[in-house]
Structures are given as C-alpha cells and as structure tokens.
Design a binder for this molecule. Structure first.
Ligand code: FRU
Length: 480
C-alpha cells in the first residue's frame, strides 16, 4: 500500500528535479521544492538541531500541510531529511498544521494541529482543529499517536501548540479565536503529553489587537517572560503594523500556576516586509534562538516560477536589555560562513556612488557598516535597481525600500534612528533576501528581494549633501 508519506516524498523528488535556482537561497533553509511556511518543532535533540516546517511537497502553493524536516549541527548548514508528517488520518485529514517538538524521556515527540475542512477546502468558518502527537525513536521516522486535546466549547480556531516542561509538569500554549472574533492564547497543563487540562486564558486581544492569534510561544528571557505570537487583523497605525499580518511579543512576569502579569505592551519582532510565525528554541549552550518564516501571507512570491516558495530567517539569538527591550542578533555560528574579506575604507559619500563590488556580484554577503556624520538628505546602500537601505535625514529613520515591477512587492519599511545618531548595521544578503540588524540588535528588518539576473550591483550612495562612512567590512559567504 502506498502511504500518504511515500506518495508525498515521491512527489517532492519529482518536483525537485525541475526546481530553478536564481532565487534559491544559499545559506537559508528553504524546501527542497514545493511550498514552505512556518517553522515548526525547532529543537536541539541528541546533538542535532532539528527544523521542521509547514510544507506542501506537491507544488509551490500552500495546500494540505505536511511537516518538512531538516537537521543541522550548527543551525547554519542544514541537511534535508525525509518528510516527517503527512496528512491523511481522520483527525488530520486536511493538514498537519503548525506545532512544536519536545524530548519526552529521550523520545523526540511532535505536537501538532490536525486540521479538517468541514464544508469544503478554504472555508475558514467551518473547520475542526485538534492537537495531535507523533513520536520517533530515531529522530527521522515518526509514528502518529492520535489526538491528545480537543477544543473547548465555542472555539473552532484552535492551533499551533507550543509545548515545554517546567516544574514537573508539561505546559502548552495554543492560539485561538473565540466566537466574538477575539484573538487569545490558551494555557494548558499536562500530566503527560496525552493528558491535558485548561489552566487559564493566558491573555487575549484588546480592541484592535486582532481576531486570531497564531503560533504562540511562551518562554523565559532574563528576568522576564516573553509571549511571542502572530496576530491577524491588526490595522496599520502610522508607521506601525505595515504588513498584512504581524508578529511580535508581550513582555511580562509569570510562574507556573500564576497569571501572566504584563510589563510592556505589544512590540513588533521585525520591521521588514517578510517575517511571520517566529518560534524559539534553546541552543546546546542555553542561548534562546528565534527563527521565523521570511515571507508574508498573500504577498507575491516570484520564486514560485522556479517551483518552490518560502524560506526561514537566519537563527537569531534573543536577549532582554536593561531597558526591557528584546534585542536580536544573528547567531555567532554564522561567522563560519565567511570567506573572502574586503575592507570598506572610511570615505565621504556624495553624488558619485561608490561601488562596493564589481558588477552584479552581491549574492551571498555579510556587511558590517558604520555610518557617521551627514549633511545628505539620504544616504545608504543600493542593491540592483530594486532595493535601497538608506537613512532618511528628515524623517530620522532608517528605511528599507523595495521597488519591483509587481506593485504588491513595492513599499518602504522603517525604524527610528537612535537619539545619538549612531548607526551600526549588519546586513546579510542571500539570493532572494536581506536581513538587517541595527545597532547590535535593537531592530531587525527582514525582506525578500527578487533582483533580476545582472541586477546585483552593490553600491553606496548619498544625495543632496555629503555623508561620512566610517568604514566597514564585507564578507563573501560560502555555505559549502
Ligand atoms: C501561520 C499558520 C498557522 C497554521 C499554519 C498552516 O502562518 O496559519 O496558524 O497552523 O500556518 O499552514
């Protein structure tokens, strides 16, 4: 008998044979072919990092969700593994939706949402979602164990379990939408991975804060407790919440058995065009790492023309600063990708652009760049014709601007400059992405880029005045 998993793997291999390359990342995790969205089940287990992800192996569009799987020794170089979960049982017939992984007494265990359309695919108002378990002895092949938790009365959207162990109990946060279209996070307590009871509603949306909260994660960081989640339905407010859907965090205090006491209102995790559904995990040495889906629902994805869509962000180490802000920095393991190093000497930028690399060679790069005094109205870095990262002196903001033929891919995202005017940037460029870490992790902007071939010139520019570039370093990266 051909099982759904065997069928899915065969379809993926056929699709992979035809996958195109121009946009396929060289050091970010993307599906071998087909579609990817949320990271799932991020975990360090038995000496390996595992990244599972929402995956459709039959084509480049979202469809019945499978769990793709990759492993890594360093969070940087990933190796694809066989598909871990395929839908097809009565409780997950139409999709194995997002979830998490834990080590249950040495057994790698996946907790995911089984999804069923009750009245035809795509009808969001008639669905059934339950939480399910799958286990593995070898970390590669998973056996489904069935349903472990059904929704409370009146809740239909009930998904994305994040599970952890603390003080002798299992804990689970779940994203939910209630009858009044109010997003919330439910907290469950478990005696085992199979027996759960509702502890409390951890928190829920105030007016304007979303009709559904997806992909919650709840973890300690310094003296704080962070609730990270991805709300749907927050309207843009001035320069905030510019993307269709957000991802962000609430900072508070929490102990098992207590209420979550909020210290700080909702803050966005990332200020670029493409970042959603982030999840965290603990690295081998105890660092808290976050990875997100570096795309946005309903955005055009030109890589679909190459038979694939979706990639994950770089892994970022997160920490809480004394002012309560969450900082994010690329993991230090990324430095092992650096090969050729080129210094950018201090210089004054004016009307003449300074080319940083010979023509069209900006493909896999890390750039560290220090900006100084400026009289220019705008100055920054340009990649090809479609992407500029610049300081807007009048608005006092750092802007990541995208302009491509497809209007839906165009637009600016920005963050404020610091009071003292310091600006230190770390920029990672891959074949179809840019990630910008500002001032040692104070802000982060992640966006997908789609330069056409021959349009990968990288240059510094300034307009209407002069800008001092204090210098920097540029590294070619090599993922092999
Ligand atoms: C978030 C999400 C999750 C769901 C999954 C389905 O991007 O909508 O809530 O489990 O994607 O693919």
């Amino acid at each position: 008998m051909t099982t759904p998993l065997i069928k899915a793997q065969a379809a993926l291999e056929t699709l992979q044979a035809t996958r195109g390359n121009a946009f396929y990342p060289l050091y970010h995790l993307a599906p071998p072919a087909g579609w990817m969205n949320d990271p799932n089940g991020l975990i360090y287990h038995n000496g390996l990092y595992h990244a599972f992800y929402q995956h459709h192996p039959f084509d480049e569009n979202w469809g019945p969700m499978h769990w793709g799987h990759a492993t890594s020794r360093d969070m940087v170089r990933w190796e694809h593994q066989p598909i871990a979960l395929a839908p097809g049982n009565e409780w997950d017939r139409d999709g194995c939706f997002s979830g998490s992984a834990v080590d249950d007494n040495g057994v790698l265990s996946l907790i995911y949402t089984g999804h069923i359309w009750l009245e035809g695919a795509g009808n969001d108002s008639a669905i059934r979602q339950v939480q399910c378990l799958a286990t593995s002895e070898d970390g590669v092949h998973f056996t489904k164990q069935g349903v472990i938790l059904t929704p409370p009365p009146g809740i239909m959207h009930f998904r994305d379990p994040k599970v952890w162990q603390q003080d002798g109990n299992w804990w689970m946060v779940l994203g939910a939408r209630d009858q009044h279209d109010r997003g919330k996070v439910l907290l469950y307590r478990g005696n085992s991975l199979r027996e759960w009871r509702l502890d409390r509603i951890l928190t829920e949306a105030d007016a304007g804060m979303g009709y559904m909260w997806e992909c919650p994660d709840f973890f300690p960081l310094g003296n704080s407790q962070i609730l990270m989640f991805s709300p749907q339905g927050i309207p843009a407010q001035g320069l905030k919440y510019q993307n269709l859907f957000q991802s962000g965090y609430l900072r508070g205090r929490w102990q098992p058995g207590e209420a979550f006491r909020l210290c700080q209102p909702f803050e966005e995790m990332d200020h670029g065009h493409d970042f959603y559904a982030p999840q965290s995990f603990v690295a081998a040495d105890g660092r808290r790492i976050v990875m997100g889906w570096m795309d946005m629902w309903e955005s055009p994805m030109p890589s679909k023309g190459e038979g694939w869509a979706g990639c994950l962000s770089l892994p970022r180490e997160v920490c809480i600063m004394p002012n309560g802000k969450l900082y994010q920095n690329p993991v230090h393991e990324l430095a092992t990708l650096r090969t050729h190093e080129q210094l950018v000497l201090p210089c004054v930028l004016d009307k003449l652009n300074q080319r940083l690399l010979p023509d069209a060679q900006a493909v896999e790069l890390e750039i560290a760049w220090e900006c100084g005094q400026s009289t220019a109205e705008r100055y920054g870095i340009r990649l090809g014709q479609g992407c500029e990262l610049f300081v807007d002196a009048q608005a006092r903001r750092l802007v990541l601007s995208r302009s491509y033929q497809d209007e839906r891919l165009c637009g600016d995202r920005s963050v404020p400059l610091s009071e003292n005017g310091d600006l230190h940037l770390r920029i990672f460029i891959d074949r179809s992405s840019i990630e910008v870490f500002v001032n040692q992790g104070e802000y982060c902007l992640s966006s997908r880029l789609y330069p056409r071939s021959g349009e990968r010139q990288l240059e510094l520019f300034a307009s209407h005045g002069k800008a001092l570039c204090r210098g920097g370093t540029l590294w070619q990266l090599n993922s092999l």
